[in-house]
Design a protein around this ligand. Structure first.
Ligand code: SF4
Length: 200
């Protein structure tokens, strides 16, 4: 039901484009900050056993749903068909074996086919960071296993740099709020990339 609503939002093309352009600009700031911090630590993601594309993060915003969908719609029909079938398989397998690790259906031979359109968490994963939650509570995260192997020494030294995700979360939350108000969408969403793709 929620999926049907997501695919039938009352959002004219020009307004949709404007929202997506604004999200793209937040993503560009995020990517730039990520690169700056990764360069500082000289962290290079070369893949690892704990592949984050097998993690199946949940995503909660309709703006990211629309952005991923806009990227999906740029792909040739054959590719879309193949991705959709893969996403269906992933959803079924995850339903039957909750704790199984399965590759995201957008990952082909180690590469994300919608890299430019990937959601926020795919952009930010890996580096140690902090996040100030609404209400003022601050959460610190140490980064992924690959980061720990490559850069832990530097991340514990006095010579470290901070990666505060808070401004990005806030900007996306504001955009999401505005979009939801515009389209009068009030349902909560919690979807993996595979679950989004099967609705496209
Ligand atoms: S959307 Fe792309 S980056 Fe994110 S998990 Fe899937 S393949 Fe990996």
């Amino acid at each position: 039901m929620t999926h049907r609503k997501l695919n039938n939002l009352n959002l004219p093309v020009d307004k949709r484009r404007s929202f997506l352009n604004r999200l793209q600009s937040v993503y560009a700031q995020m990517d730039s900050k990520y690169r700056q911090v990764a360069d500082f630590y000289q962290f290079h993601c070369k893949g690892c056993d704990d592949n984050c594309c097998e993690t199946h993060f949940h995503h909660h915003t309709i703006i990211e749903f629309l952005y991923l969908q806009s990227g999906y719609n740029t792909l040739p029909a054959e590719k879309r068909k193949c991705i959709r079938a893969g996403a269906g398989d992933v959803c079924r397998l995850k339903h039957e074996h909750k704790n199984t690790r399965i590759m995201c259906p957008l990952n082909f031979e180690g590469l994300c086919v919608l890299y430019e359109y990937r959601p926020m968490i795919c952009r930010l994963h890996g580096l140690p960071h902090e996040l100030c939650k609404p209400g003022g509570r601050s959460i610190q995260s140490p980064g992924c296993d690959a980061f720990a192997k490559q850069c832990q020494e530097k991340s514990f030294s006095d010579n470290r740099t901070e990666f505060d995700r808070t401004p990005f979360y806030r900007q996306i939350a504001m955009l999401e709020q505005e979009l939801r108000k515009t389209v009068e969408f009030t349902s909560k969403i919690k979807m993996t990339v595979a679950e989004m793709v099967v609705t496209f």
